[in-house]
Design a protein around this ligand. Structure first.
Ligand code: SF4
Ligand code: SF4
Length: 370
């Protein structure tokens, strides 16, 4: 069987469009996809997977394209790339039986969140008594009177390790499927910088063209940064809290404590960022809209996790603490379990594609897109 015969329909569409783009090359200054494309005379499925995950879905090439619909070539790179990206997640997922979870992500993540919150509420009641859920148990160690620290750390640590291991296996399959070579530390560092700044979401410098041909009205990059760095700050707060706990200082901590400051800043980012991204999604031009429900479900889970954490911080000395703690832990646990089977994986796939692009830039002397 030839490589072309082995293509999926999403790969075949990206290969078709990239073949037209490679003859045209009008968009070569917009992002990393076009310089990477120009290194190839023909495309196989692995090339298509790689280019699809290098695309940041800014939309700029659709508005610049003279071959976009209604032209008979029907070039719409953002839509073709987005469809193939979703397919790469499902094709490489571990375990393979969960491939369908991406298409039904909203449904199953809602079910997982509801079940998880219910289990935490039931667990708190079983471990204590029904009254404990509504009794003020603030002060140092208050959280751990509802659930012992060892149980909390063990459960969430195991869920997080499982999520990272599952994503790692999927990304490794993706990497091998694209015939990528080993990359060096300098290229990994370059990928870190490109990912941290969302360098290729700016449509070649004008900005992301989310809602139409006026990139200045878009705030996607800003809200994406708020989401990503909000998540990173919450993660840092959790890690720091573990260190303090080991040295005998038990949560909840006072408001000035670095754990609370990091967590509060992260919580604000996790509420504002996802809500902003949801609003930007609603404004997206229908011609390049690729909404599958997977992204929206992930954003709502992040937002609700951040919101429940902020509510817990505000009401931790009241009778609502027990119920809010169960709600927050239940949402975060479901979020962790959903990581390998939803939009969260896009960051890892895109990082791998950026590292490969940095490698190609260095070894094949591609000029950088500013
Ligand atoms: S998107 Fe359109 S204008 Fe841009 S390179 Fe491809 S064919 Fe040319
Ligand atoms: S990053 Fe933007 S300009 Fe580049 S291929 Fe994707 S949608 Fe087109």
């Amino acid at each position: 069987m030839s490589k072309l015969e082995a293509l999926t329909s999403a790969q075949a569409e990206v290969v078709r469009q990239m073949t037209v783009c490679n003859a045209c090359r009008y968009c070569e200054g917009l992002c990393a996809v076009f310089p990477a494309m120009e290194l190839r005379r023909a495309f196989d499925g692995g090339d298509a997977d790689y280019l699809a995950n290098l695309c940041h879905n800014c939309g700029a090439c659709y508005y610049d394209c003279q071959y976009a619909p209604p032209h008979e070539f029907a070039i719409n790179v953002p839509v073709a790339m987005a469809a193939l990206r979703d397919e790469t997640y499902a094709r490489n997922v571990w375990p393979a039986a969960f491939a369908g979870a991406f298409a039904r992500h909203g449904l199953w993540v809602t079910f997982a969140a509801a079940l998880s919150v219910a289990v935490f509420v039931a667990g708190f009641v079983a471990a204590n008594d029904p009254g404990a859920l509504f009794a003020p148990v603030g002060g140092e160690g208050g959280f751990y009177r509802m659930m012992p620290h060892w149980a909390m750390a063990g459960l969430f640590g195991a869920a997080f390790v499982y999520a990272i291991a599952a994503i790692g296996i999927g990304v490794r399959r993706f990497w091998r499927g694209t015939d990528a070579q080993a990359v060096g530390w300098a290229e990994i560092w370059q990928a870190c910088r490109d990912a941290a700044s969302l360098k290729y979401l700016d449509g070649g410098g004008m900005g992301c063209m989310n809602a139409g041909e006026r990139p200045e009205t878009d705030r996607r990059r800003l809200f994406h940064h708020a989401t990503f760095y909000g998540f990173a700050l919450c993660f840092a707060a959790t890690g720091l809290a573990t260190v303090f706990h080991e040295f005998g200082a038990q949560a909840p901590y006072p408001l000035w404590h670095p754990v609370v400051v990091l967590g509060a800043l992260g919580g604000v980012g996790l509420v504002v960022g996802p809500l902003g991204l949801l609003a930007e999604r609603a404004k997206r031009d229908a011609a390049i809209a690729t909404h599958t429900g997977m992204g929206a479900a992930f954003l709502w889970m992040l937002c609700l996790s951040g919101l429940s954490g902020m509510l817990l911080l505000a009401l931790r000395d009241t009778a609502a603490m027990g119920l809010l703690l169960a709600l927050h832990l239940g949402l975060v646990f479901a979020l962790f379990l959903s990581f390998p089977y939803g939009k969260f994986v896009h960051g890892f796939y895109r990082f791998a594609a950026l590292a490969r692009y940095a490698h190609e830039r260095r070894t094949r002397k591609v000029e950088a897109v500013d």
